[in-house]
Design a protein around this ligand. Structure first.
Ligand SMILES: [Zn+2]
Length: 283
């Protein structure tokens, strides 16, 4: 995984939490490396997962054109932001990732567990009625898939077993995780020889939950995912990925709530905020 972008320099130069026990998986993960890419029209800060024949780019809020609480790379159009600015931000991110935005796919995200196979649609037309789901998968080269988040976890899973490359991206919140979105994302990829990355989301430092959330998580994942009334959604997602058979799991370990300079946070900003996300494709 590598990170580029001027604004990311100070905050992203931290170690990633990886699993050293899976070194035999033929995946090359670059650790946190920061660089400035001034060849780009805008200096977007992005987090890039380097894993075989896949493009997986997690966005930050840095480098877009939106203003005020949506400053600046807001990808979410169902906010108070100007739709034309949102579309320009999506275009900038797609350009940065090298993914065709006219073919990429977005979702009408539901906080549930449906994962669909992506087909061309486009992410630049305001008013598009996107399919209701919280995950996409594809084994078609160049089929872009984008999901947006603002505390929930963007997750990507790639097939690494020598079979035809295939990739899934998931929007993982507490409801979706309990309803099986990780299992639903793993299933079309085949379940063996998979690698995954957990992108930026609210961390165990900040995610206070009530008993309505804590109790089902303790039942599903054990008491270790709860710390003084806060939920470790990162750890619970990692456990779900491991149970589903994912052998290699990388983590951004970046809390959206803790980093207002880098990320939108629905909780921190009390709902008036933008969305970062993930854009990905089989390369
Ligand atoms: Zn935090």
């Amino acid at each position: 995984m590598s990170i580029s972008g001027r604004a990311a320099k100070a905050s992203l130069a931290m170690p990633f939490r990886g699993h050293a026990g899976f070194a035999s998986v033929p995946v090359s993960f670059a650790r946190a490396a920061v660089c400035n890419d001034r060849s780009m029209r805008r200096d977007l800060a992005v987090i890039r997962w380097e894993a075989g024949p896949y493009t997986v780019v997690f966005s930050t809020r840095v480098g877009g054109v939106s203003k005020g609480p949506y400053e600046s790379l807001n990808l979410g159009i169902l906010t108070g932001d100007d739709p034309e600015r949102v579309v320009e931000n999506r275009r900038l991110l797609a350009d940065r990732a090298g993914i065709d935005p006219e073919r990429a796919r977005m979702a009408w995200q539901q906080h549930r567990a449906d994962v669909r196979k992506a087909s061309p649609e486009g992410i630049l037309a305001p008013g598009t009625q996107h399919a209701a789901c919280d995950g996409w998968w594809s084994d078609e080269r160049g089929q872009g898939m984008m999901l947006v988040t603002a505390d929930c976890l963007p997750v990507a899973i790639g097939r690494q077993n020598g079979a035809r490359p295939a990739l899934a991206v998931l929007h993982v919140g507490w409801r979706g995780l309990l309803h099986g979105i990780v299992e639903n994302g793993v299933a079309p990829l085949g379940g063996a020889g998979l690698a995954a990355v957990i992108g930026p989301g609210i961390g165990p430092c900040c995610y206070e939950v009530g008993p309505d959330v804590a109790e089902p998580f303790e039942a599903a994942f054990g008491a270790d995912v709860l710390i003084d009334g806060r939920l470790d959604l990162w750890r619970a997602t990692e456990l779900a990925l491991g149970r589903a058979g994912v052998a290699e799991i990388e983590h951004a370990d970046l809390c959206t709530y803790c980093h207002p300079e880098l990320f939108f946070s629905h909780r921190r900003d009390r709902g008036t905020t933008g969305r970062q996300g993930v854009i990905a494709a089989v390369t």
